[in-house]
Design a protein around this ligand. Structure first.
Ligand code: GUN
Length: 291
């Protein structure tokens, strides 16, 4: 068994990005600048956006946090996005999801300039990704691929089961794993809430990428020996022994699956930190494209 240490790998990636930024500054090139828009005061979203902004500082990026009230109208939010689209100093920006119910996520994502869409959520970027054209790949799938590459995990001809079909993780990673690329060439199955006999699929999988959101759902008796496990689940579970009042759990029963797996990501410290590193990477790419 080998732990896929996302924390360590993300630090390596951040060091690489930091080096590129210092070289840019020596060459008098533009300093990358990421903006993040958050609507409302959801605790988890504030935590994620907070660490995205802190990570910018670590690598020498500029960052701008735009915090808006949960009652803001869709029109005002779209105006704000338009300002970011037009601001030449901002290389890329994200609008943290989910948004309040009265705001159309679709209209918001469509209003982001694809050249600044470092989350890769705009249909233009999603389509380009699917067609293997240059695009921004959404940060979580991008992080998974980078992990697979850097740990030299063999994917060609393997059975890869993706659990979940969200636009942010399940669907894009299903597409990427089947592409004709060094990290791809896998035979991909996408499981979802209507899938029957999931255990038959998990037992047949060489690689399982789980983005389900049910804590410790995947048990040791559901996987085969030497399976590669990528756990994208992050659920807050009430825990009164923890000063924060909760612990973070992944989709996988880590302690037991660990004994059977060939490679496995922990939660926390697996895919999560990789997601932030890849958002920074996308922002650097957005900035470099303007050189
Ligand atoms: N909500 C959950 N994950 C993400 C993400 O990667 N980007 C944005 N913008 N919102 C999210």
């Amino acid at each position: 068994m080998k732990i896929l240490d996302g924390k360590k790998l993300s630090n390596t990636l951040k060091e690489e990005i930091k080096k590129e930024v210092s070289e840019r500054l020596i060459q008098k090139k533009k300093q990358p600048h990421l903006a993040a828009v958050i609507v409302g005061d959801d605790g988890a979203s504030l935590t994620y956006v907070g660490s995205k902004v802190r990570s910018c500082k670590q690598v020498g990026f500029l960052s701008t946090l735009i915090q808006l009230k949960s009652t803001i109208s869709e029109k005002k939010l779209l105006n704000q996005i338009n300002k970011l689209n037009k601001n030449p100093d901002i290389d890329g920006f994200i609008v943290q999801l989910p948004l309040p119910k009265h705001i159309s996520e679709e209209r918001v994502l469509l209003s982001i300039d694809p050249k600044k869409d470092v989350d890769g959520f705009h249909p233009t970027n999603f389509g380009r990704m699917a067609l293997e054209l240059p695009s921004f790949i959404p940060a979580t799938p991008f992080g998974i691929i980078e992990m697979i590459k850097r740990y030299n995990i063999k994917t060609s001809g393997k059975n890869c089961l993706v659990i979940g079909r969200s636009n942010i993780v399940g669907r894009p990673i299903s597409i990427l794993m089947s592409q004709k690329k060094s990290y791809g060439n896998a035979t991909v199955t996408t499981a979802h809430s209507k899938t029957k006999n999931l255990i038959k699929l998990t037992l047949n999988a060489d690689i399982i990428i789980s983005a389900l959101g049910i804590p410790e759902f995947l048990k040791a008796n559901m996987v085969k020996k030497n399976v590669v496990i990528i756990d994208v689940g992050i659920t807050r579970v009430i825990d009164n022994t923890n000063p924060r009042g909760y612990t973070i759990k992944g989709d996988v029963d880590f302690t037991n699956v660990l004994k059977k797996a060939g490679f496995i990501t922990p939660v926390p410290g697996g895919v999560g930190p990789m997601t932030i590193a890849m958002l920074l990477k996308n922002t650097l790419i957005a900035c470099q494209r303007k050189d």
